[in-house]
Design a protein around this ligand. Structure first.
Ligand SMILES: Nc1nc2c(ncn2[C@@H]2O[C@H](COP(=O)(O)OP(=O)(O)O)[C@@H](O)[C@H]2O)c(=O)[nH]1
Ligand SMILES: [Mg+2]
Length: 460
């Protein structure tokens, strides 16, 4: 989402690193370029103005700092300002109600229903017992959609057959929740293509009668500038408590994400990063700023790893690596775990030290994904015995694998040789615990993550 902005800001910083001090003059240049980068990214004009003027004040103030190089100063100032604009710190979900009510609002197609289901997963991880409540009563398909998502996430969905009265539905859901021990209600409401009075009246009614702890406005990051107007409008009429920014995985220019919290004065609490139901993340202004400036986001990567990777499996693989018993089957398993972390592109974007251009990153990811697939085909063309025991693979077996996979005999030879080399290398360095950040410190993880990427690139 922030690729282009990120690239441009890094260029400005690179330029500044050629200067020996931060003078009025080169600061002017840098500011002009930062301004242009923000405008190009579709950041709201008010935000740009405030951003630039704050940076200017700070830079002038810090001019006196001797001995710190200008690029470092600039990075620090821009970073701090980004954090401020993005909302300072992570805003958690308010769980103070008994039961707790979370109302989802937003225009049609913004991602309310999907986010409601994703939120249910998150709440369960937080130890809550959520009930999804279907209040988008105007389209039968909407209820069905929520029910399907409820099944997929193992969350119960409350519906009131035939009723189009949201007040009735929520009252009944509250009674039901008390009976059955649900402590959090996630209310999926109806959206419209545009803000209209009927929709607003209904939301206001829910708000007045039930006073939900959370009124989370769901905003589609792809809608650009317009989303800021929509958010301000909802906020003025309803007093939202926070935002969920969806489709952050799309290639929008990121301006909305940068502007929306500042313009509404409300925090972005969560971001949706994909269509899959586990693609919802807490929004961390600090980490996002670090990422925009190309300083990586190893903390989020580690957190995601901790969530998706099966600890037992990881330990078992690690043991095998240490003993050089790592087989082709294990390689497939490891590959699967990597995939669960996200796309290559996403992983690369989170790794510090990979400050390469978006173009190069995409090329590298593309190459990586292609290799992954090829290796998968290669391994799948082996018999189960061969996968467990690569030593079995003699020249006639190699020929068979080559014919079966459509990979040339020369490549089959290379793959097998490289696999063996990797196996030997892993014996020494492997530490999956660290690699996936189970217990290792951030520094250990950084090293291990780099090592992992290098291993993968070597094996091709
Ligand atoms: N790529 C992507 N798609 C999303 C995300 N959140 C929602 N969607 C998609 O957006 C579309 C509309 O979502 P839906 O939840 O039905 O929107 P609603 O009308 O506000 O309830 C669906 O196709 C979702 O799969 C996200 O974070 N990333
Ligand atoms: Mg919906």
């Amino acid at each position: 989402m922030f690729d282009s902005l990120s690239e441009k800001l890094q260029e400005v910083i690179k330029k500044a690193s050629g200067q020996s001090e931060l003078t009025q003059e080169n600061m002017q240049d840098a500011l002009r370029e930062i301004r242009r980068a923000l405008l190009d990214a579709d950041v709201n004009l008010r935000v740009v103005k405030s951003f630039i003027s704050n940076i200017k004040d700070k830079a002038e103030g810090e001019n006196v700092l001797q001995g710190v190089n200008p690029a470092q100063q600039l990075v620090k100032i821009v970073h701090d300002e980004l954090v401020k604009i993005l909302g300072e710190s992570q805003a958690p979900i308010d769980y103070s109600g008994h039961p707790n009510l979370i109302m989802m609002l937003g225009l049609q197609g913004s991602g309310k229903t999907t986010s409601a289901a994703k939120l249910a997963i998150k709440l369960k991880k937080d130890g809550r017992n959520p009930l999804l409540v279907a209040c988008d009563v105007y389209r039968p398909a909407a209820i069905k959609q929520l029910q399907t998502l409820g099944e997929q996430t193992n969350t119960e969905v409350f519906t009131l057959d035939g009723s189009k009265n949201v007040q009735d539905i929520i009252s009944s859901a509250l009674n039901y929740a008390k009976d059955k021990g649900f402590n959090t209600l996630i209310i999926d409401t109806a959206g419209r293509l545009q803000i209209d009075t009927d929709m607003m009246a209904e939301l206001l009614l829910i708000d007045r009668v039930f006073s939900p702890q959370e009124k989370l406005l769901v905003i589609d990051a792809m809608t650009g500038q317009e989303s800021v107007n929509v958010a301000e409008n909802f906020n003025e009429q309803l007093g939202i408590t926070g935002l969920i920014l969806t489709k952050a995985d799309g290639d929008s220019r990121g301006g909305a994400a940068l502007s929306i919290s500042y313009c509404t004065g409300k925090p972005v609490k969560l971001i949706g990063t994909g269509e899959k139901l586990n693609a919802l993340e807490d929004f961390h202004p600090e980490r996002m700023a670090t990422r925009i400036l190309g300083m990586g986001d190893i903390v989020s990567l580690v957190e995601r790893a901790q969530e998706v990777i099966d600890e037992k499996e990881a330990m078992a693989l690690e043991k095998k690596m240490q003993k050089a018993e790592f087989s082709f089957n294990d390689f497939l398993k490891m590959q699967k775990q990597m995939k669960m972390l996200g796309s290559f592109d996403q992983i690369l974007g989170m790794l510090p030290g990979f400050n390469i251009s978006k173009n190069d990153r995409e090329k590298l990811s593309h190459e990586g994904e292609k290799q992954f697939k090829r290796i998968e085909v290669f391994i799948q063309s082996m018999t189960p015995e061969e996968r467990e025991n690569p030593k079995l693979i003699d020249s006639s077996r190699k020929k068979r694998i080559s014919a079966g996979s459509g990979i040339s005999l020369a490549d089959v030879n290379t793959y097998i040789k490289q696999f063996e080399q990797m196996r030997q290398m892993m014996k020494g360095v492997s530490n999956l615990k660290n690699t996936f950040g189970k217990f290792g410190g951030v520094n250990g993880t950084k090293l291990a993550a780099k090592q992992m990427m290098q291993n993968m690139r070597r094996f091709k």
